[in-house]
Unconditional design. Structure first.
Length: 673
C-alpha cells in the first residue's frame, strides 16, 4: 500500500529551501509507484509515464527528448505528489509540465521552477493550444492553473502567482449541422459493424481470439463500461438478487475506474441472456489459465503438469523434444526447434534441461506484479475472469501451457479495426477473418469506448435521469454525462413533443395556440394584470417574484410568501392539503417540546401556527364553491419582510407606505374567466 504524505512549507525558510525539502519528501518519503522506484530514471514503468519534453508523445522515451534539469527534478516530485494525494486522478499533469518546461526553457532563466511568472504561464498556455486538441489544451491549462496555485501555497517560488487558465472549455454539446453529425459518427459505432459482431457471436466461434473479441464486445454492450474495467472483472463477478415482484435482477460486481467506489452494475433485462453467455464463454476459455495461475502461486517449486507434460521426474534430464512438449513449442523441424530454444535462453542440447530448470525459467518470466492481476483492486490472476496463457489469442502460434499473460484493451481494439503495424502491413481483424465488409466494401473499424458512448446515448433517449446514468456508467461527476450524449436535434425535439403533445405540428397553429393557452396557469391578460409580470411554477402554484430585482427573500417558504399565486380548481390543492397535515403535526411537536422546556421551541410554535393559519385559510378559499374555477388567489402576510416597505420607510414616504401596506393586507382573488 502507498502512503500519503502532505508537504507543509516552513515560513522561516526561503523558496529555494522549501523547494529542496519538497524534493526530498517526494523522493524518499512517498511510496506511490513503489518504495523501490528508480528516481533517477526518466521512464517510470510502474507509473506508465515518461518525463519527456513537448516533442515526446509516447511512453517509450527517446533520450534526446528527456526533460531538462533542474525542471525534471521538480516534474518528478510534483507528479508523484499529486498522484499520491489523488491516486485515481488521470495523469493530466504531464501535458502541463511539458508545456511549462518549454516555456521556461525559452526564457532567460532556463528550465528552473523559480522562473515561473505570469508571462511564462501565458506562453505555456499558447504552447498547449498549438500542441494539443481543444479538449486536451483546456485540461492542460487547468493543470497549469493548479500548478501555479500549488507552488504559491507551498512557497516553492519567490513570488506568489495569481494566474487563471485562459483556455476555455470546448463546446462538446453541439447538436446540429455537419460537424455534429461527424462527431456522432466518430464516437458511435456503426449499426453495420454491430450487426457484423452479432453475426460472429451468434455463430458460436471456436477460435479463442474470436471468442475474446465478440464476448468482450457483448459485455461492453450490456452496461456502459470502460474496456479496462471489463478486463479486470473477477471470475465470480455475477450477482443475482430477487426483486419485489418475484423476478430476478442480474448484475456484475464491478470496480469502476477514476475513483468511483465498488458497485454492482445491473444489466438490463434485454441483455441478461447475452451477458451470461459471453461470461460463460470467456470463463470456459480461461479456465486452464486460472488453474495454471493457482498452481504457480501455491507450488512455486514444482513445474505445472499440464496434459502434454512429459511424465518424468522433476530432475530427470529431458530431450529437446520433451522440452518442446513441456513448453508447448510446436516445431516439427528439429533445426527450427533448436533455434527457438536458443531464442528463449534454453539449451538446444538433449539432457541439459529438466522440469525443475524449466520451472525456474517459467517463474523468471511471470507477468510483472504476479500474483496480482490488478493489485489496486485486490484481484489475483487465479481469480481474474480474463486471466490467459501466453499466445492464447495469437492465431499464428500455439498457446503456451505454462506461461501466464494479461490482455490489455489495446489487444481488443486492435482486433476491431485495421491498424498499420509496419510499412505495407496491416493486421487482420475479427471482421477480416470472417470476411465481413461494410456496404462500400471497406473494413469495419470500432473502438471499445464507442460502446460506452452508445449505451449512454440510448439511456438519454430512454429518459433515464442524469444521476442514474452517471451511477450506471460508474462516474463520480454527473457533468461528465454530457460528453457521452449524442442525441440529434431531431431526437431532442421529438422527446419534447412526447412530453408535451401541444408541441406537435400535425394540427393548425391556431389550434395549437389555443391548446397551449388552455393548459397554462392563467391567460396573458390575467398575467399582465399582476403586480409583477414574472412567473415560474412552484409546488403549489406559481411565483411572481422578479429575480432580476432581488433573490428570493423567503428561502422557498412559498406558503408564507405574498408572491405565491394559487389557482382555484388546480390539481395542486392535494399538495397544499398534504402540507397542511405536515405543518399541523410540526405544531403539535412544538407544543410538546414547549411542555418539556426545550429552548427555542416557542419560536418554532409561532412559525408553525402562522403557517397553519395561512394554509387553512388558503384551503378554505380554494374549496369555496362561491369562488369560480380559474380564480387567482394570493394571500396576505403582514409579517413578511418587504424591501419596498423598508425603502419607503427610510425615505419617509408615509403616503406610499400606507398604500403598500393596505394592498398587502388584503387577499387577492381575481376571476380567471
Amino acid at each position: 500500500m502507498s502512503n500519503m504524505v502532505l508537504f507543509t512549507p516552513r515560513h522561516d525558510l526561503s523558496a529555494k529551501e522549501n523547494f529542496a525539502e519538497f524534493i526530498r519528501v517526494c523522493r524518499y518519503d512517498l511510496t506511490i509507484f513503489g518504495a523501490d522506484l528508480d528516481w533517477e530514471s526518466y521512464s517510470w514503468h510502474s507509473a506508465g509515464v515518461a518525463f519527456g519534453n513537448i516533442e515526446q508523445t509516447t511512453r517509450k522515451l527517446r533520450p534526446e527528448n528527456a526533460m531538462k534539469e533542474p525542471f525534471a527534478e521538480f516534474a518528478k516530485a510534483y507528479f508523484r505528489y499529486q498522484q499520491g494525494i489523488r491516486p485515481n486522478k488521470s495523469k493530466t499533469e504531464m501535458r502541463a509540465l511539458k508545456c511549462l518546461e518549454r516555456a521556461l526553457d525559452e526564457g532567460a532563466s532556463g528550465p528552473n521552477i523559480a522562473g515561473i511568472r505570469g508571462d511564462v504561464l501565458d506562453r505555456a498556455a499558447v504552447l498547449a493550444r498549438n500542441q494539443y486538441s481543444p479538449g486536451a489544451a483546456y485540461h492542460a491549462g487547468r493543470e497549469l492553473e493548479e500548478l501555479a496555485r500549488f507552488v504559491s501555497e507551498k512557497r516553492l517560488v519567490p513570488t506568489a502567482l495569481d494566474w487563471k487558465n485562459p483556455i476555455g472549455r470546448p463546446q462538446d454539446t453541439v447538436r446540429t449541422g455537419k460537424k455534429a453529425r461527424e462527431d456522432r459518427e466518430k464516437k458511435l459505432p456503426s449499426m453495420e459493424a454491430l450487426d457484423a459482431l452479432a453475426q460472429i457471436f451468434a455463430s458460436s466461434p471456436t477460435v479463442d481470439r474470436d471468442i475474446f473479441t465478440t464476448s468482450t464486445a457483448a459485455m461492453l454492450l450490456s452496461a456502459p463500461s470502460r474496456g479496462s474495467e471489463v478486463l479486470a472483472l473477477m471470475e465470480d463477478c455475477q450477482v443475482v438478487e430477487a426483486k419485489r415482484d418475484g423476478g430476478q435482477s442480474y448484475g456484475w460486481r464491478f470496480m469502476p475506474g477514476k475513483g468511483a467506489p465498488p458497485m454492482i452494475k445491473w444489466i438490463p433485462e434485454a441483455m441478461v441472456a447475452l451477458s451470461r453467455e459471453a461470461i460463460t464463454r470467456v470463463r470456459r476459455m480461461t479456465h486452464e489459465a486460472r488453474q495454471l495461475a493457482s498452481w504457480l502461486e501455491t507450488h512455486p517449486d514444482k513445474f505445472y503438469r499440464h496434459k502434454n507434460c512429459p511424465h518424468v521426474a522433476d530432475d530427470a534430464p529431458l530431450t529437446v523434444g520433451q522440452v518442446a512438449l513441456a513448453l508447448g513449442i510446436n516445431r516439427e523441424d528439429r533445426t527450427s526447434l533448436r533455434a527457438e530454444m536458443r531464442r528463449l535462453g534454453l539449451s538446444p542440447e538433449d539432457g541439459v534441461e529438466t522440469l525443475s530448470s524449466l520451472n525456474r525459467w517459467v517463474h523468471a518470466r511471470l507477468p510483472v506484479g504476479f500474483p496480482w492481476f490488478d493489485k489496486e483492486k485486490g484481484l489475483r490472476y487465479s481469480k481474474a475472469l480474463f486471466c490467459m496463457r501466453d499466445k492464447q489469442l495469437r492465431t499464428d502460434f500455439s498457446t503456451s501451457p505454462c506461461e501466464l499473460w494479461k490482455p490489455t484493451i489495446n489487444v481488443f481494439n486492435n482486433d476491431l479495426g485495421p491498424r498499420g503495424t509496419a510499412p505495407g502491413y496491416t493486421s487482420t481483424t475479427v471482421f477480416d477473418r470472417h470476411d465481413l465488409k461494410d456496404c462500400e466494401g471497406r473494413s469495419f473499424k470500432v473502438t471499445s469506448h464507442q460502446f460506452r458512448h452508445l449505451l449512454n446515448t440510448m439511456a438519454q433517449r430512454g429518459g433515464l435521469s442524469q444521476s442514474e446514468i452517471a451511477r450506471w456508467s460508474g462516474r463520480t461527476d454527473v457533468r461528465e454525462n454530457r460528453v457521452y450524449n449524442h442525441m440529434t436535434e431531431f431526437e431532442l425535439v421529438e422527446m419534447l413533443r412526447d412530453k408535451d403533445p401541444a408541441l406537435t405540428l400535425d394540427r393548425p397553429l391556431t389550434e395549437i395556440a389555443e391548446n397551449i393557452a388552455s393548459v397554462i396557469p392563467i391567460t396573458r391578460q390575467e398575467f399582465n394584470s399582476l403586480t409583477m409580470p414574472t412567473a415560474h411554477v412552484t409546488e403549489f402554484g406559481f411565483c411572481v417574484h422578479d429575480y432580476v430585482m432581488s433573490p428570493c427573500q423567503m428561502f422557498r417558504d412559498c406558503l408564507n410568501c405574498s408572491e405565491q399565486i394559487c389557482i382555484k380548481g388546480d390539481a395542486r390543492l392535494g399538495r397544499i392539503k398534504t402540507e397542511y397535515e405536515q405543518v399541523r403535526q410540526l405544531k403539535e411537536r412544538a407544543e410538546y417540546e414547549i411542555a418539556e422546556g426545550t429552548a427555542g421551541a416557542d419560536r418554532w410554535y409561532e412559525i408553525h401556527s402562522l403557517t397553519e393559519k395561512r394554509v387553512a385559510e388558503l384551503i378554505a378559499i380554494l374549496e369555496d364553491s362561491k369562488v369560480p374555477d380559474g380564480a387567482i388567489v394570493r394571500l396576505r402576510n403582514e409579517q413578511q419582510f418587504s424591501p419596498i416597505k423598508r425603502a419607503l420607510s427610510s425615505r419617509k414616504d408615509t403616503r406610499r407606505l400606507h398604500q403598500v401596506e393596505r394592498e398587502e393586507s388584503l387577499p387577492l382573488i381575481e376571476s380567471g374567466k
